[in-house]
Design a protein around this ligand. Structure first.
Ligand code: UDP
Length: 315
């Protein structure tokens, strides 16, 4: 990279929850950012604060089609994909296409520009895990033909393609496996448990617990997650790295925490558990600790309070 200019980063999915927070961090680090998004699940509201920023450019484009960019690029962050269970159930084929064709185009861009590449992968590659907590060495337990298969297998294919570009074409690639993340800019109605429960609590509606609520998740605040991703891109490693918060809780405990922190009087009601809903999930972050010197810093209550504040003005 020439030293006389700012580094240039491309963020696919740049108008999404994570893509927009990543963009803010990159701009703060002195990068120029080219964000690409087709706005299928991303939102202009997430990036409107960047309008007119001299180091920021937004391109509305579906990365399952060829990505043409003139000029130099130093880093490609591939974040484009529907990411909430109801989104990928509603858009199964675009989810498969962006994981496969979109990853191919983003890798092709990185190869052509001699840029570093980072794939946003997911804890969903572990499926309904039989190993707990999940280490990167675990190969997973995924139902390829179930409703979640469109996302899980697209991301597994994307990981395989990323490693193939690394091994065959020498592209400097990174893979982050992202565990449940929350924070401002999640969509209120994206169906994920954090906006769902906070929205219901703030509206005084019943909290919809799927199943008996004994399934577990481990929630990471977005600021911590983005820090881990930035460190990974700047590191020398090529192997997948889990980034997430190991603080595990049952979904019932999570519902009770949301009721406590919002002061809501909402009752908890049970709904059927979605097909193939993982029973447990907790990242083993030993690799992130040793390779990146990273671990989450934001306390659960702090992060949730910030998220509640964000949703308060939007319900
Ligand atoms: N969940 C729930 N009620 C909701 C939404 C989700 O009980 O209104 C549960 C869901 O069944 C899962 C967990 O919360 O066990 C996390 O779901 P989410 O959709 O956030 O993401 P996942 O971790 O399953 O990808």
């Amino acid at each position: 990279m020439a030293s006389h200019r700012k580094p240039v980063s491309v963020v696919t999915g740049g108008a999404g929850f994570l893509g927009s927070h990543l963009t803010d961090r990159l701009l703060a680090e002195g990068h120029r950012v080219i964000a690409i998004d087709n706005l299928l699940t991303g939102s202009v509201a997430n990036i409107e604060h960047l309008a007119g920023h001299s180091d920021y450019r937004f391109i509305r484009h579906d990365v399952t089609n060829y990505i043409f960019l003139s000029g130099e690029v130093d880093f490609v962050f591939h974040f484009a994909s529907p990411a909430s269970p109801i989104d990928y159930l509603e858009h199964p084929i675009p989810t498969l296409k962006v994981g496969a064709l979109g990853t191919h185009n983003a890798l092709g861009l990185a190869k052509a520009k001699k840029a570093r590449f980072l794939l946003a992968s997911t804890s969903e590659v572990y499926g309904d895990p039989l190993v707990h907590p999940q280490k990167e060495e675990y190969w997973g337990n995924v139902n390829p033909i179930g409703p979640r298969g469109v996302y899980d297998e697209a991301k597994r294919y994307a990981e395989a393609l990323t490693m193939a570009y690394h091994r065959s074409h020498g592209v400097d690639t990174k893979i982050v496996r992202i565990f449940n993340t929350y924070g401002p800019r999640m969509r209120l109605h994206d169906g994920r448990v954090v906006p769902a429960f906070i929205g219901q609590a703030l509206n005084g509606e019943p909290i919809t617990l799927f199943g008996d609520g004994s399934q577990t998740r481990s929630f990471c605040f977005v600021k911590d997650l983005i820090d881990g991703i930035y460190r990974l891109m700047m590191s020398a490693t090529h192997e997948p790295v889990n980034i997430g918060n190991p603080r595990e809780m049952t979904i019932r405990q999570f519902a009770e925490e949301i009721i406590r922190l919002t002061g809501a009087r909402s009752p908890i009601i049970q709904k059927p558990l979605p097909v193939d809903d993982p029973k447990v999930r907790q990242p083993d972050i030993s690799k992130a600790r040793s390779l990146l010197g990273w671990e989450p810093k934001v306390d659960f209550e702090d992060g949730i309070r910030q998220t509640i504040e964000y949703f308060r003005s939007r319900v």
